[in-house]
Design a protein around this ligand. Structure first.
Ligand SMILES: Cc1cc2nc3c(=O)[nH]c(=O)nc-3n(C[C@H](O)[C@H](O)[C@H](O)COP(=O)(O)O)c2cc1C
Length: 372
């Protein structure tokens, strides 16, 4: 799993999407909904799966801001799902909230065994009644690739990917199955077009492409030109582009320039769950709503904290919340001290004290708060 250091590193790099914004003379492509099988994605903006982050609490916050056509869970291990089933344990924390929360919702899973994935996919589709079952073919982390021959490892074996997708599609019917990939395993072996064809021919209902290779991990810039090159090779299914979208303007620019059907946003939304609403406005060609005030942001953070603690209890919830709290303060002027302090909190009292004392405040003459 990527760490917070990865996130911070990539925040500071320049993005290939920057020049795109300058192309204001480009024809303005109006945002249109698209379909993943029977599921309408409106607006065409998706919240990316992020292990350790996109749990029920995060999704609730995102949902309340709006602007997302499809939300996704963290990736779920098919093997651990089966194991928990056999041992009659509660299902993985990563499925927290999935049965009850509003739709549309995608659950992502990973493994390399078609039968195991089909079995878990069928359960997700029919018992959990999720809107979309997504297959992870992009994770570059060694535990998943080298050790489990899953995630982005499978990009080197498109026929196996095809067998997996076919089997899972059959098991999940009528719930659509989608695939999320990277451009390839290595920079000298970009095979996304070949993989995209296999994904489509095997019956998947959409393809998401993160514009980096597994070798890149999170380094460098996402290559949107390579993403765009895939589009003409897909005859039937939509293409969703992903990578380095960290502003509403970039979301709109990528949508217009690269001809993708949808835009997926991951890291930038962790501390700015209102980014989807802003991106949706930009795609519609409307004025971009401002960020919430710092007072509002603090209230959203506390709301998020309460949701996490309701599930995990106050002690574990506090420890889990440290990374989210750091995200909320990312890029906020004067938040360094807050991040240092909150990264060490152990108890709820300490958490509240640090938020109260160190989370940056608006100018006292600022506008009134309308947080959650
Ligand atoms: C902490 C973290 C966890 C992630 N977990 C997943 C995951 O479970 N499944 C997946 O397909 N991608 C995962 N990703 C990749 C993102 O979904 C996304 O493809 C990538 O971050 C690029 O998008 P961005 O530039 O908008 O962040 C993860 C990324 C991060 C930073």
């Amino acid at each position: 799993m990527a760490t917070l250091t990865d996130l911070n590193e990539t925040r500071s790099v320049s993005h290939s999407l920057d020049p795109v914004i300058a192309h204001d003379d480009e024809p303005k492509r109006k945002a249109e909904p698209f379909w993943i099988g029977p599921v309408k994605i409106d607006p065409p903006i998706l919240q990316a799966p992020m292990a350790g982050f996109t749990n029920y609490a995060f999704r609730q916050v995102v949902r309340q801001f709006g602007g997302v056509g499809l939300l996704a869970t963290e990736m779920v291990s098919a093997r651990s799902f089966v194991w928990k089933d056999r041992t009659e344990c509660e299902h993985p924390d990563r499925l927290w909230g999935v049965k009850d929360e509003p739709r549309p919702l995608a659950v992502q899973m990973w493994d390399n065994d078609p039968e195991r994935l089909a079995m878990v996919g069928a359960r997700l589709a029919h018992e959990y009644q999720v809107s979309v079952v997504d297959l992870n073919f992009g994770c570059p982390v060694r535990e998943i690739t080298e050790k489990a021959h899953s995630g982005s490892y499978l990009l080197s074996d498109p026929p196996r990917m095809g067998r997996i997708i076919e089997r899972v599609v059959r098991a999940c019917e009528p719930v659509p199955v989608t695939a999320k990939i990277r451009l390839g395993c290595r920079r000298d072996c970009i095979n996304a077009i070949e993989v995209a064809r296999v994904v489509e021919q095997s019956g998947a209902a959409a393809l998401t492409v993160h514009g980096r290779t597994a070798q890149d991990y999170f380094r460098g810039e996402a290559n949107w030109e390579e993403i765009a090159r895939i589009k003409p090779h897909l005859k039937r299914i939509p293409l969703i582009g992903n990578g380095d979208i960290d502003s509403a303007e970039k979301a709109a620019a990528a949508y217009r320039r690269y001809g993708v059907d949808g835009i997926m946003i991951a890291r930038a939304a962790l501390g700015r769950p209102w980014l989807f609403r802003q991106a949706a406005a930009a795609l519609r060609g409307e004025p971009i709503p401002p960020d919430p005030t710092l007072d509002e942001q603090r209230q959203w953070l506390l709301y998020h904290y309460r949701l996490v603690c309701e599930r995990f209890g106050m002690e574990r919830g506090t420890v889990l919340m440290r990374k989210f709290a750091c995200c909320y303060a990312q890029g906020v002027p004067g938040a360094r001290q807050f991040r240092t302090q909150v990264a060490q909190v152990q108890s709820p009292d300490h958490f509240y004290e640090v938020v109260d004392r160190y989370f940056p405040r608006d100018d006292p003459s600022g506008s009134e708060s309308t947080g959650p």
